[in-house]
Design a protein. Structure first.
Length: 255
């Protein structure tokens, strides 16, 4: 099966570094299609050139859609203030419905641009039938946040300490779904209108999935193949901060 790897990406000083690292991970994975959705008015040359250098032009889609003005955060806002990547992930879902609807052996995964991915994760993503789940490292105040698996191989709970009452108390990096579910549930997606931390639960519920549907992967959820690493915000002079809003200048020395 094809892995459709969906990445919303925000314009910021660290963007080129994060995408270079992620791209150099993904370029080695066979049968992977990268859907990169910029949080911007239009696609940037910086990312087009990166895909070209990675030789991924044919195995990627490069889209752009801006987060609506009212939902946009300021540089000084704490990053949890508003949900991130909503509009961009929805654009990727529409793209999949329009362009890959007949590709019924596909798995869709939402991979942030700043996480760390072990190559073994991609084998686990390919193994899912409807919805697969696995542990995520360094998230929610835990070294590992994981589904709890009974000896008969079913998911009976979660180790999450943060908002454990959520229908699915898991991070975006903890699951993948079959492409056919996205095609069949045309209204499924992400929303600005859900409480903090409920994006994953909202999406999985919109696919009409319940906890009983979860397929534990990564050796019955005993292995960590993805970490929710976060890139530290660079402390820059006002001038450089302003300058690096232009993606062409993300690593150009000033002349
Ligand atoms: C956590 C989850 O891992 C995210 O998948 C989830 O979207 C987010 O919480 C949430 O609740 O909204 P976190 O590390 O806090 O992630 O979020 P970021 O890494 O800052 O953002 C997630 C993705 O969205 C990144 O790929 C980022 O580049 C992108 N993003 C961020 C945008 O497209 N626009 C923004 O304004 C901010
Ligand atoms: Mn992140």
């Amino acid at each position: 099966p094809m892995v459709f790897f969906v990445t919303p990406t925000k314009r910021r000083p660290e963007q080129k570094a994060d995408l270079t690292r992620l791209g150099q991970t993904l370029a080695h994975i066979p049968n992977l299609f990268w859907i990169l959705v910029e949080d911007a008015e239009g696609p940037s040359d910086m990312i087009r050139d990166l895909l070209d250098r990675l030789k991924m032009t044919q195995t990627s889609a490069h889209l752009a859609v801006s987060t609506p003005e009212k939902m946009r955060m300021n540089a000084s806002d704490p990053n949890w203030k508003l949900p991130r990547g909503v509009e961009q992930r929805n654009a990727a879902l529409e793209y999949l419905r329009t362009n890959h609807a007949s590709w019924h052996r596909g798995a869709v995964y939402f991979g942030d641009d700043d996480n760390t991915y072990d190559w073994r994760l991609f084998d686990e993503i390919r193994k899912i039938n409807r919805v697969g789940v696995w542990p995520v490292g360094i998230v929610g105040g835990l070294i590992v946040e994981a589904p709890i698996v009974a000896s008969n191989g079913t998911v009976t709970g979660f180790t999450a300490k943060w908002k454990p009452e959520r229908p699915f108390p898991i991070d975006m990096a903890a699951f993948a779904v079959n492409l056919s579910l996205i095609v069949e549930n045309r209204d499924a997606g992400f929303s600005f209108d859900v409480p903090r931390g409920y994006q994953e639960s909202h999406f999985l519920t919109s696919l009409k999935l319940s906890r009983n549907d979860l397929e534990p992967r990564a050796d019955f959820c005993s292995k960590v193949y993805v970490w929710h690493t976060r890139t530290e915000k660079a402390q820059l002079s006002k001038k450089d901060l302003q300058r690096t809003l232009d993606p062409a200048q993300l690593s150009e020395p000033e002349r």
